[in-house]
Write a protein that binds this ligand. Structure first.
Ligand code: SF4
Length: 212
């Protein structure tokens, strides 16, 4: 049985949402506060869809995360890859990995890696917390269930005690084939895909071809 973490294994932050009003983007000190409150050994911060032409304080976020022991991966929006000078600033600030979504958003194209980066882990929606551009907290970037907002919620209390997050971390909450599968403790199926295709976070992953 895997242990239940008191803090997320990874944090994702959508640094800028081009569909929203930039005025509603999180302020730098709000981002730094979330990182400070949620930090834990071995943790990763993944910054999503950065467009550095719109947000110039990313290097400071990277520096803060690195100095608090987090490894940082940055995924840039297709077509907005930073120039070499900016990549160098991000690497100097402590970013382990900067990559860009390819044109059809199907894979990440590495653009900059530190010489000895730890491999970025698979980001499993059961063990993380996602912060949207306006501060909403969801389990994962592709699970749009708003659990609270960083401006009003205690992020540590929310991560440890919100019933949706607690249930996501509970293997026995998974239903159907995934719930009966011998691999459910380390795999568990994609909760995001189950939610997208069935409307239930806890349904079996419809895409799995493993026959139990
Ligand atoms: S996705 Fe497949 S392998 Fe993973 S827990 Fe579900 S049934 Fe098992």
């Amino acid at each position: 049985m895997r242990s239940t973490p008191s803090f997320p294994r990874h944090i994702t932050w959508q640094a800028y949402n081009p569909d929203s009003d930039p005025q509603h983007d999180l302020l730098l000190d709000e981002v730094l506060r979330v990182i400070t409150r949620l930090r834990a050994p071995g943790q990763w911060l993944r910054i999503l869809q950065v467009d550095l032409r719109l947000r110039g304080d990313i290097p400071e976020v990277v520096r803060h995360a690195s100095s608090n022991g987090l490894s940082v991966q940055i995924l840039a929006r297709a077509g907005t890859l930073p120039d070499p000078a900016t990549l160098a600033v991000l690497a100097a600030a402590g970013a382990c990995d900067v990559a860009m979504l390819d044109a059809d958003a199907s894979c990440f194209v590495p653009a900059c890696r530190r010489p000895d980066p730890r491999a970025a882990p698979a980001f499993d929606e059961r063990w993380g917390l996602h912060v949207t551009a306006c501060g909403d907290l969801t389990p994962d970037p592709v699970i749009p269930i708003v659990l609270g907002n960083v401006r009003t919620a205690d992020v540590v209390d929310l991560y440890q005690n919100h019933p949706v997050l607690r249930a996501l971390r509970e293997p026995d909450a998974i239903e159907g084939k995934c719930g009966a599968c011998p691999h459910r403790l380390w795999c568990g199926g994609s909760r995001a895909r189950a939610f997208a295709l069935t409307g239930s976070l806890f349904a079996s992953d419809p895409a799995c071809t493993f026959v139990t």
